[in-house]
Design a protein around this ligand. Structure first.
Ligand SMILES: NC(=O)c1ccc[n+]([C@@H]2O[C@H](COP(=O)([O-])OP(=O)(O)OC[C@H]3O[C@@H](n4cnc5c(N)ncnc54)[C@H](OP(=O)(O)O)[C@@H]3O)[C@@H](O)[C@H]2O)c1
Length: 351
């Protein structure tokens, strides 16, 4: 089968990364690429690295341009994809709709109002097949049956996959989880901002959304509550660091009862034993962002700090691949009945 795909917001970082992955995907034919201010511009002028798409131009992001495709990918600022998604769901024209933005992630409208504001749209199926659920349901099976999927947030993916199996196993306390994340600047998108200028960014590390205000917090709590079956408290502090891609999350939690590092490692490794894109490192080794760049892998390392009775899980991943575009392609494959890893690689690009 050759599927017709349109990527709305393909001039951005997330949409551009979906285009890069799908350009090499064996089941997809010609890609329609849309943009906003770059509508009419050549792909080569915006994404010079996408050689096979260089001769194409971006079309405008309108329902008319999006119509007539098997798969519609929305890679737009939140708010923009919410209303456009509503039109697409109503038309039912496409076989699969996948939104990379936040509009369809949160179940709780109060959390949406607090952290985002504006219209709260009904959530789509959450595109994280590896998420363990206390109710015994399989997130992967839900994705397989879905016609509308939302891709998880990048920071939310790192913190969730670091902690969810330990919560599901009852090995950590639910009310004392803390995460500090080193985040590359592409996580903020391609917009022109003073704090993202090279002169501001290079040679410095700067915290942002400090004090429980980061928008991924309610999404993380929602995920971890699905894993544990009870309310979960999480503190999160992201730090903007001078790298273009990547997230290194250091997540720690108080142990529910005394544990050995070996047992915690076994719990993580066991939970992800059949997950192609989650790599649990050998005990005593920890991942770096450079190990996973360009890949759809999230790598996890685990340790115990006996003096304070805490487990520490370090997670590394590429925010634009496993953190958004790769996760979207993974869910797309599942929903379309294709091999889950088609068009994706576990191997990174280094140095
Ligand atoms: N960057 C990441 O690491 C990451 C990770 C996970 C999820 N996401 C999500 O992916 C989505 C896109 O993020 P991004 O990082 O790719 O942002 P970005 O680089 O700023 O790209 C935004 C895209 O949306 C288009 N756009 C901007 N304003 C628009 C409007 N009013 N109407 C229609 N289109 C508009 C832009 O078009 P023009 O450039 O042509 O104006 C561009 O194609 C966001 O919802 C973000 O939360 C991003």
């Amino acid at each position: 089968m050759t599927l017709r795909v349109v990527i709305a917001g393909a001039s951005g970082y997330a949409g551009g990364e979906v285009a890069r992955l799908l350009a090499d995907h064996p089941e997809f034919g010609a890609l329609t690429l849309t943009a906003h201010s770059h509508a009419g511009d050549s792909v080569a002028s915006v994404h010079p690295h996408l050689a096979s798409l260089a001769s194409q131009s971006f079309e405008a992001t309108t329902p008319e341009v999006l119509a007539g495709h098997d798969v519609v990918v929305l890679a737009l600022p939140h708010g923009e994809s919410g209303s456009l998604g509503e039109t697409l769901v109503t038309s039912g024209d496409q076989r699969l709709l996948i939104d990379l933005g936040a509009d369809r992630r949160l179940v709780d409208s109060t959390a949406w109002a607090t952290f985002y504001g504006g219209v709260h749209h009904p959530p789509f199926v959450y595109g994280m097949p590896e998420l363990p659920r206390h109710d015994g349901a399989s997130q992967r099976e839900r994705i397989a049956e879905a016609s509308a999927i939302v891709a998880p947030g990048c920071n939310a993916t790192a913190v969730t996959l670091a902690m969810a199996p330990l919560l599901a196993a009852g090995m950590i306390q639910v009310d004392d989880i803390s995460a500090v994340l080193a985040v590359g600047s592409s996580g903020a998108g391609r917009s022109l901002r003073v704090d993202l200028l090279g002169a501001e960014l290079l040679g410095s590390a700067k915290p942002y959304a400090v004090g429980g205000t980061h928008r991924h917090l309610p999404e993380i709590a929602q995920n971890l509550e699905l894993a544990s079956g009870s309310a979960v408290s999480v503190s999160m502090t992201p730090v903007l660091v001078p790298m273009s891609r990547g997230i290194l999350a250091t997540v720690s939690a108080k142990l529910a009862s005394p544990q050995s590092a070996k047992k915690l490692h076994e719990a993580l490794a066991g939970a992800y034993a059949n997950e192609p894109f989650v790599r649990v490192m050998e005990l005593g080794t920890f991942p770096a962002t450079a190990d996973v760049l360009g890949s759809n892998t999230i790598a996890l390392g685990v340790a115990i700090d006996e003096a304070v009775n805490r487990v520490i899980v370090v997670a590394a991943m590429d925010n634009l691949v496993k953190g958004t575009a790769g996760a979207a392609v993974q869910s797309m494959n599942i929903a379309l009945g294709l091999p889950e890893g088609m068009g994706l690689s576990v191997n990174g690009v280094a140095p």
